[in-house]
Design a protein around this ligand. Structure first.
Ligand code: HEC
Ligand code: HEC
Ligand code: HEC
Length: 147
């Protein structure tokens, strides 16, 4: 959900259309321009609702369910914070930065859906409230007169 919603609304800025299969497995390609300011997270979120999440309690984003559609043990997943940020920040450089800080774009899941990852995401240390690269500050949230 969080990857999809950000990628859909970010397609006009990233220049990359977002493709999904909908009802009846019909493909849809989304490449509209979001009418608001994409970096104004409060266009959609409540104040502070857009900070990095606790990666030990929020599920990873499954990107491949594998052959067994019921069990999560053959899923391929993206760790929770890297999933959020990479929806809009899709460059190789951004991806490398996330991986260096514990992000995993090829993680797996245990039978109870817990993340099995090569790293531990430490995003909150620098992107959390009041930290050196605070998500609210770097996006300029609060500086917008209008959405
Ligand atoms: C077009 C609307 C929209 C905009 C703009 C938007 N978000 Fe989101 N965001 C969502 C939705 C919808 C979700 C998914 C909520 C859910 O799954 O419960 C989400 C989820 C998230 C999450 C995960 C929260 C959680 O509890 O798991 C984070 C972090 C996040 N967004 C950060 C941001 C940041 C940072 C910005 C600004 C740069 C931003 N979002 C802009 C709609 C938006
Ligand atoms: C909804 C899309 C969206 C999401 C989600 C998002 N960003 Fe951004 N981010 C932007 C936009 C747009 C800018 C402004 C780019 C510009 O001014 O050229 C930006 C700018 C930034 C900047 C300032 C430096 C730069 O590259 O311009 C940082 C740092 C940043 N984001 C970090 C994050 C982090 C960390 C997350 C995840 C918690 C995140 N962003 C999630 C859209 C997003
Ligand atoms: C040690 C501090 C630190 C940690 C940990 C960290 N970051 Fe960053 N991150 C930064 C700094 C500093 C910037 C650049 C800020 C600027 O340009 O204003 C940045 C920039 C970014 C950007 C913007 C990249 C772009 O396109 O310009 C994203 C997205 C991002 N970080 C995501 C993450 C995620 C996801 C994690 C955790 C997996 C993470 N960061 C962990 C310090 C950190």
């Amino acid at each position: 959900m969080k990857y999809m919603i950000h990628a859909l609304h970010g397609s006009g800025v990233s220049g990359q259309s977002y493709d999904v299969c909908g009802f009846g497995n019909a493909p849809h390609s989304f490449d509209f321009v979001y009418p608001g300011r994409l970096n104004n997270c409060e266009g959609c979120h409540v104040d502070g609702g857009y900070y990095p999440v606790d990666p030990s309690s929020v599920l990873a984003t499954t990107i491949d369910v594998g052959a067994d559609l019921v069990s999560p043990t053959d899923d391929v997943a993206v760790s929770p914070n890297s999933s959020v940020c990479s929806a809009c920040h899709s460059s190789d450089l951004a991806r490398q930065h996330m991986m260096q800080n514990g992000g995993d774009f090829a993680a797996t899941k245990a039978a109870n859906s817990a993340l099995i990852s090569s790293g531990v995401e430490t995003c909150q240390l620098c992107h959390g409230p009041g930290r050196s690269a605070d998500v609210k500050v770097v996006h300029g949230v609060g500086e917008f007169d209008f959405n």
